[in-house]
Design a protein around this ligand. Structure first.
Ligand SMILES: NC(=O)c1ccc[n+]([C@@H]2O[C@H](COP(=O)([O-])OP(=O)(O)OC[C@H]3O[C@@H](n4cnc5c(N)ncnc54)[C@H](OP(=O)(O)O)[C@@H]3O)[C@@H](O)[C@H]2O)c1
Length: 275
């Protein structure tokens, strides 16, 4: 089964896998990489004011591409002006999804800023709205602590995006999640990154990922066909929970020694939250 569209509570649909531009450099490189992602079949591109990327037309009809961008408070400008700047930079009349990039941007408070988001949505500048980095994360090493809020979001019809879900491979290789992921990959004859993306799908979340390599991008899309067995999902959850506990005990030790360690985090966005 391919990556299916997710119906947001705004009534709009969103592809459940996206190519993220946050970790790309500047200049023509990112544009070429977005082109590459679109050429293999990605139809959802995730960007943000803060990523400061130059964009250009990708040759697709506007309706064939889903664009997410984020209000990052660049230049201290407000949402009303920022969205117009983003639309101009992107060369489009609307974006499909607009997120508040971080809670610190919700000034003076969340209800006031949310009202501004609703206003630009009502003007048709953005189709759906949501938040990003509001202290929620999703990957196997945080699933234990995050599962209640994820369950809450799902119960309340709030879509969830998982950024950096490949963290077990990119930042914590050798961790407890490796064993079940490699075992499942071997059993299904797929790559470990595909298993992790299939895990995101099994959790009902939208995957925001990236790669500089065309063949890997193709594998990411092919991961939409992987349905993990319940016991495989449970094995990854259990290994992730071991990692969560290990990380917590390490943090205790290092904090005790007067060193503050911030674990590499991924962000997760709650989309289409309408109050
Ligand atoms: N809202 C936010 O604050 C926020 C935060 C973080 C990220 N994001 C968005 O999410 C996007 C994706 O983030 P991410 O890059 O962290 O996503 P990711 O999907 O966790 O990681 C993608 C990276 O994994 C590497 N990779 C894939 N398979 C691998 C393997 N088997 N072994 C080692 N490395 C492997 C790829 O390298 P290759 O290039 O070599 O294939 C690529 O650089 C960002 O670009 C950004 O748009 C948003």
């Amino acid at each position: 089964m391919p990556w299916e569209n997710v119906k947001l509570n705004s009534g709009h649909e969103m592809p459940s896998i996206a190519f993220g531009t946050g970790s790309l450099g500047n200049g023509d490189g990112p544009v070429d990489q977005v082109d590459q992602a679109i050429s293999v079949g990605f139809s959802h591109v995730d960007t943000a004011q803060a990523y400061r990327k130059r964009e250009r037309s990708c040759g697709l009809k506007r309706s064939e591409i889903f664009i997410t961008t984020k209000y990052s408070g660049l230049g201290g400008l407000d949402i009303k002006i920022s969205i117009k700047n983003s639309l101009e930079n992107l060369g489009v009349e609307y974006v499909d999804l607009y997120l508040i990039h971080h809670p610190r941007l919700a000034v003076p408070d969340i209800p006031t800023v949310w009202k501004e988001m609703e206003d630009i949505q009502a003007q048709g500048l953005v189709k759906s709205i949501g938040v990003s980095n509001f202290t929620i994360l999703l990957h196997p090493y945080v699933y234990l602590t995050q599962s209640p809020i994820i369950a809450y979001a799902q119960k309340n019809n709030i879509a969830i995006e998982a950024y950096s879900a490949l963290i077990p491979l990119t930042r914590h290789p050798g961790g407890p999640v490796d064993a079940p992921v490699n075992e499942i990959a071997k059993k299904l004859n797929v790559a470990p990154e595909q298993v992790l993306l299939a895990w995101v799908k099994a959790k009902g979340a939208i995957a925001i990922t990236a790669s500089s390599k065309k063949d890997r991008l193709q594998r990411y899309l092919d991961a939409g066909d992987i349905s993990l067995a319940d016991e495989d999902v449970a094995a990854i959850d259990a290994a992730g929970a071991i990692g969560t506990r290990l990380q917590a005990s390490q943090k205790l030790v290092t904090t005790g020694a007067g060193v503050l360690i911030f674990a590499a985090c991924i962000s997760l966005a709650l989309i289409g939250l309408r109050m």
